[in-house]
Design a protein around this ligand. Structure first.
Ligand SMILES: [Zn+2]
Length: 107
């Protein structure tokens, strides 16, 4: 299958919730099969989900830390990637916990 995304999530540290949260604010434009232009941060980045060679994204977070960066996460969300979608409830639960903590502080 050509639209297979072969990302070793576990080797890359899994889906990081901080990065996932930041990825939601990015602008993502699909420019080809598995290829995306991701903006909204300070720079524009290019993501290729289907490449088997490194790197999939040209940002420092991915290049140097070898993490699944927010740009790749943003692209994976558009592709409906199971692993990223199933991390969303954890992100929401975390946001709710943070909100509760703030409410308790204010009370
Ligand atoms: Zn990136």
């Amino acid at each position: 299958m050509t639209n297979d995304v072969r990302i070793d999530f576990d080797a890359a540290g899994g889906v990081d919730l901080d990065r996932l949260e930041r990825s939601l604010a990015l602008r993502v434009e699909r420019i080809g099969n598995g290829r995306f232009r991701v903006g909204g941060g300070t720079q524009l980045h290019w993501v290729d989900l289907h490449t088997v060679s490194h790197p999939r994204c040209d940002c420092g977070d991915h290049l140097w830390r070898d993490r699944i960066c927010k740009h790749i996460l943003a692209a994976l969300l558009r592709e409906g990637n199971e692993r990223v979608l199933t991390a969303l409830p954890r992100l929401l639960a975390r946001a709710q916990t943070a909100r509760q903590a703030r409410t308790e502080q204010a009370a």
